[in-house]
Each structure stands twice: as C-alpha cells, then as structure tokens.
Design a protein around this ligand. Structure first.
Ligand code: FAD
Length: 386
C-alpha cells in the first residue's frame, strides 16, 4: 500500500497542473462567459498528445493507464471542466475502437484520433432514451454492403468536431433480450443524411458543444460496424463506461478541489468584524469538511482507476467513485459559494462556474441513482469491497 504517486504519475500531474495554471486558468472565465471556443487550448492538447492519451503506442498514442487518465482529467478540470470535455468522449470513442475495432478500423482511425487530426465523440442517448439504452429507436437496416440508418441522437458532446461518430443503433429490434440486437456504427459525418441539427443550451459545461444529431436514411458501409459483428453494441458501450466513470469522478474531484482552493484563499483574504473570516470557527468547519471530502473522493477515484488497471472488473468501484465524487463536487461548489458570501454569486468570480459545472457529473455516464443500482448489484454479486 503506497499512497504516493509513482515518479511517472507525479510527473504527469506536475506537467498538466503547470499547463492548466499557465494556459487555462487565466482565460477560462472570460472564454466560458463569452461562449468562445477554446481553439488554441485544443491545439495545445493535441500537441501534448492528450487526444491519444489511452490509444496504444503502436497507433501513435500515449498508451496511458487509467490512473494517468484520472490525474489528467482532475488537473484540467481544476482549470475549466469544459476543456476536459474536449478529450472526454473522444477518449471513450478511442477506447471502443481500441478494444473492439477490427484491424482495418484500428488502422483507419486510431493514428489520426491519437494525433487529434480526427476527433470523435459518442452518440448513445436519444430524446426518449438515456438511462434505458435498450429503449433506443435508431434503426440500422442492412441493404447489401451498407446499413441504412434512421433516428435521432441527442446530447452528443463534441458532435460538430467528430468524425467518425460511433452511434448506438438497433440492428435487430425484435431481439430478446433487446441488447442482443444492438450494434455500434462508426458513421462518417460527411455522409449524406447526417445533420447536426442544433446545439442544446445548457447551464454549464460550456466549451464543448452538446448537440442533437439527425440521421435520415444514412448509408453506412458494413465495414464501419464496430468489430464487424452485429449484436455487440451494448456490451461494447458498457465496456467503455467503467473508464468513463473514473473520468467523470476525476473531473468532479478537479471541480471540488478548485472550489476548496478558492474558498480557502477567499477566507484568508476577506475580513469581517476586524479579522479574516478564516478565523471564524463556522468557516473553518466548512473548510475542514470540504478538504476531507475532496481527498476522500480523490482516493476513491484513484482506487477505482487502480482496480481497472489491474485488469479486474471495476463496475462497483468506478460506480462508487463517480457517485461519491460528483456529490462532493456539488456540495463543495455550494459551500465555497457560501464562504464567498455575495461575491460567490457574482460572474466576476470563479465559483459560479464551478457551481454550474458540478451537476453534470451527477448525470453523465449514468445518473447517480442508476449508479446506486450498479453498486448495489455489485454488492449482491461480489460482496462488500474491503
Ligand atoms: C451536458 C451533457 C452532455 C452529455 N453528453 C453525452 C454524450 O456525449 N453522449 C451521449 O450519448 N449522452 C450524453 N449525455 C446524456 C446523458 O448520458 C444522459 O442525460 C443520462 O444518461 C441520463 O439520461 P436521460 O437524460 O435520458 O434521463 P432519464 O434516463 O430519463 O432519467 C430521468 C430520471 O429518472 C431516473 N431513472 C431512470 N431510470 C431509473 C431507474 N431504473 N432507477 C432509478 N432511477 C431511474 C434517473 O436517475 C433520472 O433522475 C449528456 C448529457 C448532458 C446533460
């Protein structure tokens, strides 16, 4: 048992922290509020190889482990959680192609995805089905060497920059169980019939766009069926979720840590009744509770990442980490706002963005109630982790 990061992990943490402090923190508030797309930051992420974080080295990626991924996502999110979102669902798509793609699909896509020349995303959710993915309606009908795809996907993060876009479809809607009739197609975004119809307005998580994508009789070559075998789409999607949940947990830790940083600094600077408010025990209690829960969330996230890196099943661990860390982010951003008094409510301080960004982590990659059901299932299957 060693609670210290290895030298390599520590070096990644220092490098991403320095980058975030230098390039992201000074511009995040202004860019987020003005709705400016952080093009220059994205270019730097490409340059640093972060689009290929989890892509094997054989395809030009960094081949990083899940703990490295957690460190990177936490540090970026300390600056601006939206920037982490630029490489989040992209990384999920890379993972799916790495784990399940045919040799041809890996050769065609992975090197370009690793360099960021191509970017990707993930289209699972539909207007009428999110938690219940087996209830999706997007249909892919085989027609010779193609599938003809019809349906609507929503909340697709980075949709305007993605190509190919992995899309969860039904290839056999009569299959029982329903997941046996589901597949993922890697859809070229310049195919006739694909349209990004709108950007969805949202509370926070500004930076990456979140879009509705309409697929109107889109012809997709059968060679773009992920893995080349129908009926595996749901398992493929789920296989990426454990890493995805560690990713969200790490982002939540980053947001919570930043809220704590801001609160501590403000409490020491702000004076009331002739002394810094950090002298008041009521404020100290909040700071102590925040620091304790942020560190607990970080350790839980690293534990889940380590479990994944050991090759073990980690749905319970990643579920616990995402559930706990996202609740910590929600609490931390609100408590930090209270410590800031009126200024916490102002758009001239960082806190209001953290407060708007935090709730997403309780929704994405499975809502927290869905995750509670995942954790409970794990407890009944494997016992209580200890
Ligand atoms: C900013 C943002 C970005 C996103 N990016 C992506 C993306 O890139 N790709 C993508 O595919 N999706 C994306 N999503 C969608 C996200 O994954 C879904 O919103 C999420 O899975 C919940 O689905 P839903 O919104 O349909 O809610 P619903 O499934 O309708 O759930 C509504 C409520 O019912 C509860 N509920 C539902 N079923 C159960 C149950 N069995 N037990 C207990 N409670 C239940 C939920 O917990 C929730 O409280 C994004 C969402 C947001 C907000």
């Amino acid at each position: 048992m060693d609670f210290e990061l290895s030298e390599d992990h520590r070096a990644v943490q220092t490098a991403i922290r320095d980058f975030t402090d230098r390039e992201i923190r000074p511009v995040a508030r202004e860019m987020e509020q003005s709705g400016t797309y952080p093009t220059a930051i994205v270019e730097q992420l490409k340059h640093m190889g972060l689009f290929g974080l989890g892509v094997p080295e054989a395809y030009g990626g960094l081949g990083a482990d899940t703990l490295t991924l957690a460190i990177v996502f936490e540090e970026l999110s300390r600056g601006w959680m939206g920037v982490a979102g630029m490489i989040g669902s992209h990384g999920m798509a890379c993972k799916l192609i790495t784990l399940h793609g045919t040799d041809d699909q890996k050769a065609r896509f992975l090197a370009d995805l690793a360099s960021g020349t191509r970017r990707s995303a993930l289209a699972l959710t539909e207007p009428d089905a999110g938690s219940d993915l087996q209830g999706i309606r997007t249909r892919a009908v085989r027609d010779g060497d193609h599938y003809v795809v019809r349906g609507t996907k929503t909340w697709v993060t980075n949709a305007r920059h993605a190509d190919p876009l992995p899309v969860l479809v039904k290839t056999d809607p009569s299959a029982a169980p329903a997941h046996a009739g589901m597949s993922i197609l890697l859809i070229a975004m310049d195919s006739p019939g694909v349209e990004v119809t709108r950007d969805i307005g949202k509370l926070g998580y500004k930076g990456p766009e979140s879009c509705e994508v309409v697929l109107d009789d889109v012809r997709v070559p059968v060679g773009d069926l992920l893995g080349g075998v129908e009926g595996r789409g749901m398992q493929q999607a789920i296989s990426g979720l454990e890493t995805g949940r560690v990713n969200i947990a790490a982002r939540a830790v980053g947001v919570a840590h930043r809220a704590l940083e801001e609160a501590l600094r403000y409490a020491e600077d702000r004076e009331a009744f002739g002394r810094p408010i950090a002298d008041f025990q009521a404020v100290q209690l909040k700071l102590a509770d925040l620091a304790t829960s942020v560190q607990a969330a970080r350790l839980l996230t690293w534990w889940a990442a380590d479990r994944l890196d050991s090759g073990a099943r980690a749905d319970t661990e990643s579920g616990m980490a995402k559930l706990f860390a996202s609740e910590v982010a929600l609490t931390a951003s609100l408590e930090a706002m209270r410590i800031h008094g009126g200024y916490g409510y102002s758009t001239e301080f960082e806190i209001e963005r953290l407060y708007r960004d935090a709730p997403l982590m309780a929704i994405g990659e499975g809502t927290n109630d869905i995750l509670r059901t995942v954790v409970a299932k794990g407890l009944r299957r494997d016992g209580i982790p200890h």
